[in-house]
Design a protein around this ligand. Structure first.
Ligand code: SF4
Length: 338
């Protein structure tokens, strides 16, 4: 393990400086104006794999709470309504888990969220980070949280030069975060540490000169931008989706996904490329999108001759706006004239 300078020897000063920096400089996000654990959980689920700017810019958080203002209402929502409200955020499993968690809170806790990390972690979809985030942001609990921003700050503070996504690395991060978290003002401290990572201790150009914890930092003189060390990323896989545009009597043929990732979402019917080549079907539109480590080319062919499969259904064009769809499909359908 790398030699460490120990910010823990000055922990009270470190804690105070992080919390005070947050009180003076912290951003006013809508989810920070509430202590409602349900609203905090919604924001945390949305922000797990989506940028703050996206969640803010398209008002996903506010719109969700207008549509599903309580756990009871979310617990009862229909699948299409749920997925449609999440559309554009991707990783739809988060929406399903959010609803399952709401159902458990209603069924087992009478609609009142538990406040301990252990109980929160038993809710569907809540790992140690999300459970800790709800505990600290909603209930002010003095518990550690480690997200990618906090992980980066901690690795640099301690000049930790092992892989943070290894067993040893994860143990280092959680043990260190736990040792550092203050008993009082944990909410401001955790928010501050996270925001330091977002705005000051950024991945490529950490602003050490303006950093409120520079005097505690062991990494500041050791190329902090080279930290944290991570396992090599998976290489990108290139795929092409060949899909059909088939309209009859004012209705579009769509396929409903049954797989894990996009279950319940509607897409244009997919066929092997040879199917379209044999018919000399013209390409009407195309776009490229990225999902996890896949780079996907989506190609839409005009195919009025397509034979309907059992998982495919006709939908009146006027109803398309109400159907949940993966964002790339929504985008490409909106570019094609009926
Ligand atoms: S001094 Fe630099 S490397 Fe250390 S925590 Fe602050 S911004 Fe990050």
């Amino acid at each position: 393990m790398s030699a460490r300078v120990d910010p823990l020897s000055r922990t009270p000063a470190f804690q105070r400086e992080v919390a005070e920096w947050f009180q003076a400089e912290g951003r006013d996000y809508p989810w920070r104006r509430t202590r409602d654990p349900y609203a905090v959980l919604v924001s945390e689920m949305m922000l797990q794999q989506t940028q703050i700017a996206t969640v803010l810019g398209r008002r996903y958080f506010e719109n969700w709470l207008e549509k599903f203002p309580t756990v009871e209402i979310l617990a009862e929502a229909g699948e299409a309504e749920l997925l449609r409200a999440w559309e554009g955020l991707g990783y739809y499993r988060r929406a399903r888990n959010l609803q399952k968690a709401a159902q458990v809170v209603v069924r087992e806790y009478g609609g009142v969220f538990p406040s301990s990390v252990a109980e929160l972690q038993r809710l569907p979809g809540l790992g140690s980070y999300t459970a800790g985030a709800v505990a600290t942001f909603a209930f002010g609990a003095a518990v550690a949280i480690v997200d990618t921003n906090i992980a980066r700050v901690l690795a640099r503070l301690f000049n930790f030069r092992e892989e943070i996504d290894s067993t040893t690395g994860r143990a280092f991060l959680w043990e260190t975060a736990t040792a550092l978290v203050p008993r009082k003002q944990a909410r401001d401290y955790n928010s501050g540490l996270m925001e330091l990572g977002q705005r000051v201790c950024t991945p490529r150009s950490p602003q050490c000169g303006g950093c409120p914890v520079q005097m505690h930092c062991a990494g500041t003189h050791h190329q902090p931008e080279s930290l944290p060390v991570k396992r090599p990323p998976r290489s990108t896989v290139h795929l092409t989706e060949h899909v059909a545009w088939t309209v009859r009597d004012g209705s579009l043929l769509l396929h409903q996904e049954q797989g894990q990732r996009r279950q319940g979402l509607w897409k244009l019917p997919e066929r092997p490329e040879t199917h379209f080549l044999q018919q000399s079907a013209p390409v009407m539109a195309s776009l490229t999108y990225t999902i996890t480590h896949h780079r996907v080319s989506l190609r839409v062919y005009e195919a009025p001759w397509l034979i309907q499969h059992s998982s495919e259904f006709w939908h009146p064009v006027a109803d398309l706006a109400t159907l949940p769809m993966p964002s790339p499909y929504r985008k490409i359908i909106n570019t094609i004239e009926f």
